[in-house]
Ligand binder design. Structure first.
Ligand SMILES: Nc1ncnc2c1ncn2[C@@H]1O[C@H](COP(=O)(O)OP(=O)(O)OP(=O)(O)O)[C@@H](O)[C@H]1O
Ligand SMILES: [Mn+2]
Length: 272
């Protein structure tokens, strides 16, 4: 047993910080006692239920553990809870409610995916971005009457987005004051996503328009090869405005988010 403890203990030897993902109160207390003063303790979760000093708010549960950890690390770097090059032991729950997984990861500011930045340093409210992702993930899981469907949402900086786009059809949201996140709106959005074009959402989550054709240029856009015009238009508008874009691909079923002309998040709705 001692040999096994040594072997696995190497995973956490000399780490600069222990990063706990949604820990229970008792686990957090035990961790605080265990790290002593040399190791920093960072908590990542939907809410700071344990009253940690160093806390990173998680806007989504991130079914993919690697994505969850990436988000937490980028948040910890951004908040200066950890430094570039720090070795981190990340404790998460992958299979159930309890802490069951330890990953040793080096905080690397260079390999920054931009996922934390997407939520926290965008013009749109993080809760609005999360609500849009929720709708798009659900649309991806269920499709439209069981058939795969594509969708494009542009979130934030709506005035400028409207100036760089044109209507493909009448705007069903013209005189309405509806917001994403409202359950009735989710049904409406799914219905309207059958037709072409983009939804435009304001910083505060108001649905400004459906059926917009984005006219932004693809110049300077750096996205993976193989993605078509919907993804190109999404990336392009985020380069020309302070918006972010969330796309559901009709062809591969994945959800992708763009910011500043770059792909910053890719997830499989089936995993949620
Ligand atoms: N500039 C644009 N603005 C808004 N919607 C667009 C724009 N260009 C394309 N689309 C929408 O994207 C749809 C799919 O186009 P296309 O197949 O070229 O994109 P894609 O990136 O391959 O997306 P998918 O993975 O869903 O097939 C079009 O039918 C249209 O509704
Ligand atoms: Mn296509």
């Amino acid at each position: 047993m001692a040999a096994l403890k040594d072997l696995l203990g190497d995973l956490v030897t000399d780490v600069d910080a222990l990063v706990l993902f949604s820990p229970s109160g008792s686990y957090y207390e035990r961790a605080a006692d265990a790290v002593g003063s040399e190791t920093d303790l960072v908590v990542v979760g939907a809410e700071n239920t344990v009253d940690a000093d160093a806390f990173v708010e998680l806007p989504l549960s991130f079914a993919e553990v690697a994505e969850r950890i990436r988000f937490g690390i980028e948040g910890a770097l951004d908040n200066e809870y950890v430094e570039d090059g720090d070795d981190l032991a990340c404790v998460t729950s992958m299979f159930g409610d309890g802490e069951d997984t330890v990953s040793r990861v080096r905080a690397d500011a260079q390999r920054h995916s931009g996922i934390y930045d997407l939520f926290v340093h965008s013009r749109a409210d993080p809760a609005v971005i999360r609500d849009v992702l929720d709708v798009v993930i659900e649309l991806g899981r269920k499709g439209q009457k069981g058939k795969p469907v594509g969708a494009l949402f542009v979130v934030g900086d709506a005035g400028k987005v409207m100036n760089k786009s044109r209507p493909l059809s009448y705007n069903p949201f013209e005189k309405s004051h509806v917001h994403v996140g409202d359950p009735i709106v989710n049904v409406m959005l799914k219905e309207f996503s059958r037709l072409d074009g983009a939804f435009v959402i304001s910083d505060s989550g108001k649905i400004v328009s459906a059926y917009r054709y984005l006219e932004g240029s693809a110049e300077g856009v750096d996205i993976p090869k193989g993605l078509g015009t919907r993804h190109m238009a999404a990336a392009g508008i985020t380069r020309e405005t302070n918006s972010i874009a969330v796309v559901l691909s009709e062809s591969d079923g994945l959800v992708r988010a763009f910011k500043g002309g770059e792909l910053v998040l890719e997830l499989d709705p089936e995993a949620y």
